[in-house]
Design a protein around this ligand. Structure first.
Ligand SMILES: C[S@@+](CC[C@H](N)C(=O)[O-])C[C@H]1O[C@@H](n2cnc3c(N)ncnc32)[C@H](O)[C@@H]1O
Length: 217
């Protein structure tokens, strides 16, 4: 279905090589500034992200102001994950080689993904599988800014702006068929350092309808 919505080449990347090779070197750096990092933590606290939580595309920091009861990190670099003090469990898994998550159904209360969604080449399948591993009512909370590794981001992401990125996120959630109403907010606006946008939705339950709209922040 995604093929009908996104133009040819949308999910291509300048560097089509294996992600495992690109992420082989640990990058113990932050990818957004302190204000944007604080905004991620504040969002998680405001939404009450807690319980058993999966941090998708995780690294050495997970940005929680209030740590969840148990946090599992899935990423590509074992060294980065090993030094992330927030993680209780660590899984190295390439989502572009295999978009199916190595977890049972309804394993998590919430799932987060920070400044990484632009690297997924089969995102609708990943979003659908995130819904599978969420418990009823569990949220998938996606945050992003305007910085990236450009050779590894998909061309569709690079071809548009912040508002376009919010629309892309809406499309992923809706096309996955696994979520209810989609919410979008700008959490850090222009003139305050790195912008920070959040798009999230809860796992669909019968009677839910997805309602993609513009960011309300
Ligand atoms: C820009 S970093 C962001 C890391 C972290 N989420 C944060 O907020 O700082 C991108 C992360 O995406 C992960 N990643 C990139 N491609 C991936 C893939 N194909 N499968 C799983 N994780 C991937 C990498 O391990 C890397 O840690």
């Amino acid at each position: 279905m995604a093929d009908d919505v996104f133009p040819p080449g949308f999910f291509d990347r300048a560097d089509p090589g294996a992600d495992t090779a690109f992420y082989d070197v640990p990058r113990l750096v932050t990818h957004i500034d302190d204000g944007a990092i604080a905004a991620v933590g504040a969002l998680y606290a405001e939404l009450g992200v807690d319980g058993e939580v999966l941090d998708l595309m995780s690294s050495w920091v997970s940005h929680f102001a209030v740590p969840p009861r148990r946090l599992v990190g899935l990423g590509l670099n074992a060294t980065e994950l090993a030094v992330n003090p927030a993680l209780a469990d660590r899984v190295v898994h390439d989502l572009n080689a295999d978009p199916v998550l190595p977890f049972p159904d309804a394993a998590f209360d919430d799932v987060t993904c920070c400044v990484s969604v632009d690297y997924l080449t089969d995102p609708v399948t990943v979003f659908r599988d995130v819904a599978r591993v969420l418990r009823p009512g569990g949220r998938f909370v996606v945050t992003f800014s305007n910085r990236c590794f450009p050779t590894k981001a998909i061309r569709g992401w690079l071809s548009t702006d912040d508002a376009g990125h919010v629309q892309i996120m809406n499309a992923y959630f809706v096309l996955s068929g696994g979520f209810g109403e989609v919410r979008a907010q700008r959490r850090v606006g222009p003139g305050h350092g790195d912008p920070l946008y959040a798009v999230w939705a809860a796992r669909a339950t019968p009677g839910d309808g997805a309602d993609p709209g513009p960011p309300d922040g």
